[in-house]
Each structure stands twice: as C-alpha cells, then as structure tokens.
Design a protein around this ligand. Structure first.
Ligand code: SF4
Ligand code: ZN
Length: 328
C-alpha cells in the first residue's frame, strides 16, 4: 500500500472506498473523531456545559462512543464540552451480561467517568431471563420485547443520573437498516421519528446519535485500533430475523457500489424530515409529541405505554414469575 492520503508520511492502512481516501491508522482514528464532531455540530446534538449520558452496553460501539466523546470533551469543539456520565442497563442475562458490564466499568475507571447502572430486576421486577422464559408460546421476538424495556431503562438511568441528553451509539448501518425495516413493515409512522437528534415534550432528556454518519465497520475498526477490550459474544436471545437479511443486502450493495449506504442515509434523513410531524422548538430541534401513559404516567404514543403492555404480558405468561408468586 502507498502512503496515507492525509498525512503523506505513514503507510496507508485502510481505504474508505466511498471517498477514495487511503489512511494510516492514526489518520483513520482522527478522521473518525472529526466526523463525529461534525455530526454533533450539524444536528446541534450537544450544548456546552451539559451533563451528557452515554448509553454504555459494553459492546464495541458504545465503548468507542464514550472514548470519542471523552476525547472531544478536551478538544476544540466547544459544544461537545460537558460532563460525561455512562449509563448501563443490566438486563439480567445469566452468563452474558456480567462480562460486558465489566468492560463498561473498566473504561469508565480508565477515563474517570461516572458510571450509573440500572437493572431490569430493580426497575421492572423481573430479569430478561425471567421475562423470556415462555419462549414456546410467544409470537413476539425477544428483541422486540426487550427493546421496549431497554429504552425505558435508559430513560430511568438518565433521570437517575440527572443528565440533559442521552447519546446512543447507533451507527449509519443501524440507521439505514431501521429505515429499511420500517419500510418493509409498512411502518411509516416510525420513519417520522428517526431524527438523529430529538426530544420528547413530556420527557426532560434529549436523545442524540453521534455515530449517525459513521459506518459500522469503521466503528469496529476504531475500537480495534484503540485497543478497547469489548465483549464480542452476542446476546443469547438475539433474534434479528429480517434485519440480518436487510443487513446482508445492504452490505452486498455497498460492496458493489461503494457509498450506497451514505446515499441511503441522506435519502432516509430527507424522508424522515419530510414525514416528521414533529414541531420545531426554538432551536429547530424536532420535538416528539406524546401523551402520558394512562397507567404509569410515562410518555407514550398510545393510551397505555409499551412498557406497561409488555409488563402485563410478561406477568401473565412467565413461568418463573408465577413460581415466585405461588404460595409456599
Ligand atoms: Fe435485548 Fe435483543 Fe439486545 Fe439481547 S440482543 S439485550 S434480547 S435487545
Ligand atoms: Zn406505562
């Protein structure tokens, strides 16, 4: 390989096929951090001095996000300068989650970042293992159930940590896959809520996705080059179904036509902003309209929120919870 097309001194290590840049490892890392900084500015994700919660699962994406936001914190982009707090959710998956939480804790210790951990057991009264022990009778996928609880758990952690904004590590691939999935499910309503930076009129914490413009393979390479130890095993309940077919299809398209995912991202963002029924706040950020859940009072798009509906289903079906409840 020839020299790095940016610094011109070190040997090239990685080629961004969509842009034609051939970069050495250091320039690759620097340009990745710069891209995240540009995304933060472009979508007005952060404001100077804010307390920023970083959703930290202990996987490569979220660990990389914490490291990059930590780096930007000391850098020249003033709006990215604030106080970082890592927010971890322990779903309660025996033999899997503990390792990821250790990686999360280790990075927080290294960077001197406060770490708040909340658990499904503490918040909802059951672990994910207990919530999913009625596999045979379910027509719901594990992830569609778990995802509802995860979002709420992050919200609860954000409130507990008293943050102004929560940053999640959804990358460009996640974004375009979700866009395609919503199209394939005919779920146009959800496309309207894919903005990279949003807030809910009934919830005090904004949500932002600083990796919206970074390819998944580049996040993985950043994690590798910065030697972040992370958990590589997948959650045993992971059920991707159609999503993994969409991922394969998009990867094939990208291999044949470099840059295709970038084009799809631009189209998805445009469709999202056209469909968005969100009102714009003074700072032009989309504000999500919700109503308080009739049962728990938390923000909901319908009368009863997803968490209350799912909790009811779990309590009705879970054998483990019934055993706990039964008279001794
Ligand atoms: Fe939950 Fe699915 Fe993630 Fe496992 S992979 S933690 S089931 S959302
Ligand atoms: Zn509710």
């Amino acid at each position: 390989m020839g020299d790095c097309s940016r610094c011109g001194t070190k040997p090239s290590y990685f080629t961004r096929r969509y842009s034609g840049e051939s970069l050495c490892a250091d320039c690759f890392k620097e340009t990745t951090v710069e891209k995240v900084a540009r995304t933060i500015s472009k979508y007005r994700m952060l404001r100077r001095g804010e307390r920023v919660g970083v959703a930290l699962s202990g996987g490569k994406d979220s660990l990389s996000l914490l490291r990059i936001l930590h780096e930007l914190n000391g850098g020249p982009i003033s709006e990215a300068r604030g106080e970082l707090v890592a927010l971890t959710v322990d779903e309660g998956v025996a033999g899997y989650r503990d390792e990821a939480i250790e990686h999360a804790k280790a990075l927080c210790d290294e960077l001197g970042v406060e770490h708040v951990v909340v658990s499904y057991s503490g918040l909802f009264g059951f672990s994910l293992d207990q919530a999913l022990d009625w596999k045979d009778e379910r027509d719901l996928t594990s992830c569609s159930m778990c995802g509802v609880f995860r979002r709420r758990a992050i919200d609860e952690a954000a409130v507990k940590a008293n943050v102004d904004v929560v940053a999640t590590a959804h990358n460009l691939d996640d974004y375009v896959q979700t866009f395609m999935m919503n199209l394939l499910h005919g779920d146009v309503e959800r496309i309207a809520w894919l903005d990279p930076s949003t807030y809910d009129e009934n919830f005090p914490v904004r949500r932002v996705k600083p990796f919206t413009e970074v390819y998944e393979e580049e996040v993985a390479l950043y994690a590798f080059l910065t030697k972040i130890p992370f958990q590589s095993a997948s959650c045993p309940y992971m059920h991707e179904g159609l999503r993994s077919e969409v991922r394969d299809y998009l990867n094939e398209l990208e291999a044949k036509h470099p840059g295709m995912k970038n084009v799809l991202l631009s189209s998805a963002l445009e469709v999202t902003s056209k469909l968005s029924k969100a009102e714009r706040a003074d700072d032009d950020l989309p504000v999500k309209k919700t109503i308080p859940c009739a049962k728990c009072g938390k923000p909901s798009s319908k009368g009863i929120c997803g968490v209350c509906r799912m909790t009811e289903i779990v309590w009705q079906h879970s054998k483990a919870l019934k055993t706990q409840e039964s008279p001794r």
